[in-house]
Write a protein that binds this ligand. Structure first.
Ligand SMILES: [Zn+2]
Length: 312
């Protein structure tokens, strides 16, 4: 007979604890210190509710406060090292008296590049990125001025849109370039075609000085190039346009990228000298799809960086 009261006593003792635990989430204002809440709200990335918080108070609140503080500190640090990307400069190649390459049926690189660039601008804007176009119409902008404009705008990324060209009309495909500053002998490796309209030859000193501005961005430029290239050559592009040849990510010395103080790439969307790709390049649907593919690549790259920032 002694067993029953003992069990009853144990039950009664257990009930208040259960009630207390069930009630705890309904009364956070009494237990959670207000400064913590304020900090979490400010961080605009509030953590998921931690189930442990309900059990032991106020220690978890302090832990939460420390977490919130650490999170804020990390975000600020990310900003300080430029991990946040707000502004993108989109550079439509050529323009005005510089038509760029001209296809066998008369399609001009400057027109296709502008069509894709303007569509890309719209797509990035719809993802809350600020966009600056180096040209929004058929005007001539010297190569050097393009990177200068990007620097003056404090852009976080620089994307130059071009079309490829070759003597052999069978050559086709997509390739994305980033600036190579890893070795010497610049002049020998000048990417002659896209630099042809450069008003002055680049001096060795200028190229060496550009090292300092661009070297720190080389790894990021390569990552951005890889994301954009992949997006341009995989589904849905690869399904919609067959074939799409993936010529890969490459490095070269493009005058337009020299001096840019941010990750910078040059996209050769397709070969305007290839009749099939020339038809694509003048087609509004292709321009729209290519712009979407570049935008997806850019957004993937931004997402990668956010993930890296979250780790630190
Ligand atoms: Zn070009």
């Amino acid at each position: 007979m002694r067993g029953l009261p003992l069990l009853l006593a144990l039950f009664v003792a257990a009930v208040p604890t259960r009630i207390a635990r069930a009630a705890a989430p309904k009364e956070p204002p009494k237990t959670a210190p207000t400064p913590t809440d304020a900090e979490v709200t400010d961080s605009d990335d509030s953590e998921d509710d931690d189930p442990e918080e309900e059990e032991a108070i106020p220690t978890p609140a302090r832990v939460k406060a420390m977490r919130a503080g650490a999170h804020l500190e990390a975000a600020t640090l990310s900003e300080q090292v430029g991990l946040k990307i707000h502004r993108v400069v989109i550079d439509a190649g050529h323009g005005g008296h510089d038509a760029g390459a001209i296809g066998p049926h008369g399609v001009r690189e400057k027109d296709a590049a502008l069509g894709i660039a303007k569509r890309l601008a719209q797509k990035l804007k719809s993802h809350n990125l600020e966009v600056v176009l180096t040209r929004g119409s058929d005007t001539f902008v010297p190569l050097r001025e393009r990177a200068e404009r990007a620097n003056a705008a404090h852009a976080d990324l620089f994307i130059s849109i071009h079309c490829n060209a070759a003597r052999r009309h069978t050559l086709a495909g997509t390739e994305t370039y980033f600036l190579d500053v890893a070795s010497n002998h610049y002049a020998a490796r000048l990417a002659a075609r896209e630099n042809a309209e450069s008003d002055q030859p680049l001096s060795d000193l200028e190229l060496i000085l550009s090292d300092l501005a661009t070297k720190s961005n080389t790894a990021d430029s390569e990552r951005l190039a890889a994301r954009v290239q992949r997006s341009l050559t995989s589904a849905p592009m690869s399904k919609r346009y067959r074939p799409i040849k993936d010529l890969g990510v490459k490095h070269a010395l493009f005058a337009v990228l020299i001096g840019a103080k941010m990750p910078a790439i040059l996209v050769e969307t397709a070969f305007i000298s290839n009749p099939r790709e020339e038809q694509r390049l003048k087609n509004a649907h292709y321009q729209e799809d290519a712009a979407q593919a570049v935008a997806t690549g850019v957004l993937n790259y931004i997402e990668d960086r956010r993930r890296v920032a979250g780790v630190y």
